[in-house]
Design a protein around this ligand. Sequence first.
Ligand SMILES: Cc1cc2nc3c(=O)[nH]c(=O)nc-3n(C[C@H](O)[C@H](O)[C@H](O)COP(=O)(O)OP(=O)(O)OC[C@H]3O[C@@H](n4cnc5c(N)ncnc54)[C@H](O)[C@@H]3O)c2cc1C
Length: 412
Amino acid sequence: MTQNIVFSEKALELRAKAREIADKYVRPAAAKHDKAQEYNHEAAKAVAEAGLFRTFVPEEYGGYGAGVLALSCVAEELAKADSGFGVAFAVNALGSFPIILGGTEEQKKEWLPKIAAGEKFVAFCLSEKFAGSDASGLSVSATLEGDEYVIRGEKKWTTNGGVADYYSVFCVTDSTSKSRRISAIMVEKGTPGFTVKKVEDKMGIRCVPVVETHFDGVRVPKSNLIGGRAGVGFKHAMMTLDYARPGVAAQAVGASQGALDLANVYANRRKQFGVPISNHQMVQYMLANMAMKTEASRQLVYAAAAAIDEVGPSPANSKRAAMAKCFATDVAMEVATDAVQVFGGYGFMEDYPIAKFFRDAKILSIYEGTNQIQRMVIARHLIREAGELEHLQEFIPTEVQESYEPDSVPQA
Ligand SMILES: Cc1cc2nc3c(=O)[nH]c(=O)nc-3n(C[C@H](O)[C@H](O)[C@H](O)COP(=O)(O)OP(=O)(O)OC[C@H]3O[C@@H](n4cnc5c(N)ncnc54)[C@H](O)[C@@H]3O)c2cc1C
């Protein structure tokens, strides 16, 4: 089903503000922060002052309630200037969605206004050393002792770790249960026993810290259990990823557009064989492919985001979000690769931003669910949808129909 994409006034206003901040604070400082692996606090302050953290927070809790489409527009603009800063922004939405989608009224009132104001930054702690794609196998535990949960274990790859004030931590609260094993608990920076142990040295998105977070008997009040009910954490994690994936996909669109723009400008200035290389058909071929794929990604991402804003969580939207994430992030890598090619030898040098676009692009197809996992999600939904196509049965060879065993079809 196709989706109408309608931009609210607010979404357009937020996009314009994001573009301004990207031009003023993000792009000019991108190389410096990448090299030093330093967070761009100045740009984050500008983002907070412009109200961009209010984009994804509902109005009742101090936000603009502008939705996933507006969030995607902002993430795209920031990532166009610096993919790493795009993530540094969007991860706040990722960490907030468990509260927005599953938190109690008191929790929303307590945490969301500070996030909306940009006073508190957020991180999302799902992955562990031995639980990546199979996040359900996580082992950090939270044991109820009186009125407190005591958290023990280590999380891996926490983006924004150290910078963030709030951490949505997915823990095992009932190791005997299969379906209600996991809960999400909010841990605040500075809680005794909570530490950042290893700041990763990364290939790309180097301006945003990705760390190990350690929980050595961290005690938090029982009221920090997100949703106030144990055992629903995995469901909230999956819903969160469905909501956040258009944002990652939008980062990819921004990264593609940023690389394409640079390649386009370069191709008009660099002369070989007496003419700008943009005269050569094989360079035009690359530029045209980059532009087509970027625009196709953009439309897919906006459609997925608009559908989530209109309908909320649904199997169709889960498939749309996975398709947008997978397609747009694969495209970002392809476009960055071609952009380096257009730049020739200069493209391989760290003196110019195009090499950074290439390094930054790779992570997009790995985090928030690898693109293999996205394809699994898409295929499972497709296989289930085949049940709705019974009217096509008559076009299937009789012998194939006769050998059909419904139980042997993969379960969605
Ligand atoms: C820079 C960075 C930032 C991150 N930020 C966060 C964060 O903020 N919060 C957080 O919780 N996590 C974060 N992650 C973790 C990220 O989501 C995981 O790295 C990702 O989900 C993959 O898990 P893994 O690295 O353990 O790889 P694995 O799961 O071990 O996968 C290795 C390979 O096997 C493939 N594979 C695995 N299972 C299957 C299967 N069933 N079928 C086909 N192929 C399969 C994968 O696609 C991949 O190619 C981050 C990771 C990185 C590198």
